[in-house]
Design a protein around this ligand. Sequence first.
Ligand SMILES: [Mg+2]
Length: 124
Amino acid sequence: MTQQAADITIAQAQASVDDWIRNIGVRYFSELTNLAQLTEEVGELARIMSRTYGEQSFKASDVQGSISDELADILFVVICIANQTGVDLTEAMKQNLDKKTRRDKDRHKSNPKLNQTPNHQPNQ
Ligand SMILES: [Mg+2]
């Protein structure tokens, strides 16, 4: 991750997307349209992941997308949905991580499957 990207807080990202929507996008798509958009963007990421890490191959006619760009597309739509439904993603993430920590404090450490060598290591 670049230092510049690390400097953007979640709150700043929510404000930047809101500003972009109001000045460039005219208005938010409806919540249900954005849900469909989110599904579409996840599908675009899935296509790249399937062909990069899975058994599928790229077609000669495939336009090469990038995982980073598709993840950013997904994040953009998630932020749109948060903004238009009044969700503070900073607070939501804090509460979600607290919930996961309480719920899974020992669960993953005691999962023998996680002590095996994984087939795929994420890029560092
Ligand atoms: Mg996309």
